[in-house]
Ligand binder design. Structure first.
Ligand code: ZN
Length: 111
C-alpha cells in the first residue's frame, strides 16, 4: 500500500473530502465511491494491537468487583480503538475506489 496523504476520486482524480466519502459519491463527477473493505481490515490490526496493550496495562481486578468501573474501563477501551483508527485514517487516508469494486467482492462471497 502506497502512502497518499489526500483522498482522490478514482474517476476524475480530484481531491475529495470526508463528507464525500460519507455520502459515498464524488461531488464533481457523481461517481459512487467507497472505502475498500481491505482498508478496514488493514486499520483493524494496529487498532486491536493497541487495544490489547492498553487492556493488559490498565486492567485491575477491581473492575470485576465494581460493575460501574468495569463498564467505564470497557468504554475507555472502545474510545482508544476509535482514536487509533481515526489517527491512522488521518495519516494514511484510504485509497478511494468506485463502489462496484466492493459490491463485486460481496457478490462473489454470496455465490
Ligand atoms: Zn470524481
Amino acid at each position: 500500500m502506497g502512502l497518499n496523504f489526500c483522498m482522490t476520486c478514482p474517476e476524475c482524480r480530484r481531491n475529495i473530502t470526508g463528507a464525500d466519502v460519507r455520502a459515498e459519491r464524488c461531488d464533481y463527477c457523481n461517481t459512487e465511491i467507497c472505502v475498500p473493505n481491505s482498508y478496514h481490515r488493514w486499520t483493524d490490526i494496529p487498532a486491536y494491537l493497541v487495544l490489547a496493550l492498553v487492556a493488559i496495562k490498565t486492567f485491575s481486578p477491581q473492575f470485576l468487583e465494581h460493575t460501574w468501573l468495569g463498564t467505564l474501563w470497557f468504554w475507555m477501551l472502545a474510545v482508544v480503538v476509535a482514536l487509533v483508527k481515526l489517527l491512522i485514517s488521518m495519516f494514511i487516508p484510504p485509497k478511494i475506489q468506485p463502489k462496484y469494486v466492493n459490491e463485486d467482492i460481496t457478490r462473489l462471497h454470496l455465490e
